[in-house]
Write a protein that binds this ligand. Structure first.
Ligand SMILES: Nc1nc2c(ncn2[C@@H]2O[C@H](COP(=O)(O)OP(=O)(O)O)[C@@H](O)[C@H]2O)c(=O)[nH]1
Ligand SMILES: [Mg+2]
Length: 347
């Protein structure tokens, strides 16, 4: 059976509306990949084709492969409380913490090393199957050499690239094989099936991304997703306050802060979006008045209360991070489906 070189779906020339459609079976790429790569056309993008069960079945078909788990850098900040690594408990695992280029300017190499050494140290105590970890991003030049050396040290030739949707798996394999064979896009759910690639004496296997029920991206439609996803270096939006204030990120997130004295709050989100601030007394009014205008409003928000004595860093997967400093009460209104994660490492 011939499969699409970009996303792995079996090709067919019978059903024009169906996945894997090609006019001519000689073609290597399905219509969906062709449109996505050439025109950024998302019409055929959202499918319910990929499920976590299917992806785990793919993993199970490669019992002897080395598992390379690609993780978005912001997700990596709360990996200890995530169940992602449990999926790979019985596999030899290499972690790749990807997209470090989105971290703010003051995150120099030393700072990044400090943060992730601590996180990885804690992870290693729980998961003895982690053989190595690499921090990288798509701009890093030494990655290929480093990674291929590591494969040789680990004596690995069959290598499966796994992880959550949109972590950068396909992009990373393209970079390794120095091609653009695999279809990549800013949207989750691009890769539909496993794609095997022979390179030198290795066999690389790309896979679809696991769906994360705690990630905002899972619940946003394409337009909302495009507005809020972070793909460039974050410039935090920082606010000082000495009286109670409410902060709004459209209808996606609201944070009320009631300070004992002075406090500050920083939002690490997509730079294109401005946080709106009102007095706390006007917060509800503002929310009611603009309720219908909130272009990004998706589902009811749930409220989590924090009593903060010094600092709290909260990771909201798929949306960003908030960092609150000072003695205060904070009420975070966020998408009820998505769990909030506290990051224990200072940023
Ligand atoms: N900023 C940034 N974006 C990246 C990086 N790696 C991948 N991306 C982007 O993340 C998106 C998802 O990439 P893709 O390879 O399709 O992810 P996959 O679903 O894991 O295969 C694309 O828009 C990539 O350009 C990176 O290191 N930094
Ligand atoms: Mg992919």
């Amino acid at each position: 059976m011939k499969k699409c070189k970009g996303c792995g779906i079996p090709l067919q020339n019978k059903d024009k509306q169906g996945l894997g459609y090609v006019v001519d079976m000689e073609q290597d790429y399905c219509r969906r990949c062709f449109r996505l790569s050439h025109y950024g056309d998302t019409a055929d993008l959202k499918t319910n084709y990929v499920t976590n069960k299917k992806i785990i079945d793919i993993y199970d078909r490669y019992p002897n492969a080395l598992f390379v788990l690609i993780i978005d850098v912001l997700d990596a900040l709360c990996l200890k409380d995530d169940d992602l690594l449990d999926t790979f408990k019985r596999k030899d695992l290499v972690l790749i913490i990807n997209k470090t280029d989105i971290l703010p300017e003051n995150f120099n190499d030393r700072k990044i090393d400090r943060i992730f050494s601590k996180i990885l140290f804690d992870l290693n105590r729980k998961y003895s199957n982690i053989k190595a970890a690499i921090l990288t991003n798509k701009f890093e030049r030494q990655f290929n050499e480093q990674f291929l050396n590591l494969l040789d040290v680990l004596n690995a030739t069959n290598v499966i690239f796994a992880g959550r949707a949109n972590a950068g798996k396909s992009s990373l394999i393209n970079k390794l094989i120095q091609s653009s064979d695999l279809t990549t896009s800013i949207y989750p759910g691009t890769t539909l099936e496993e794609v095997e690639i022979s390179y030198k004496n290795y066999r690389f296997i790309d896979t679809p991304g696991l769906v994360d029920v705690n990630n905002y991206a899972t619940y946003l439609n394409i337009e909302k997703y495009k507005l809020s996803k972070i793909d460039k270096m974050i410039k935090p939006q920082i606010f000082q306050l000495s009286e109670a204030q409410s902060y709004f990120y459209y209808g996606l997130l609201r944070v009320d802060i009631i300070p004992k004295n002075k406090a500050s709050i920083s939002f690490y989100i997509n730079n294109e979006n401005q946080i709106h601030r009102t007095k706390y007394e006007n917060g509800d009014d503002y929310y009611q008045k603009h309720y219908c205008e909130f272009v990004l409003r998706v589902k009811p928000l749930g409220i989590t209360e924090y009593s903060i004595s010094d600092q709290k860093i909260i990771v909201i997967k798929g949306l960003g991070i908030i960092k609150i400093n000072g003695e205060c009460l904070a009420y975070v209104h966020s998408l009820a489906n998505c769990r909030l994660y506290e990051c224990e490492v200072d940023l």
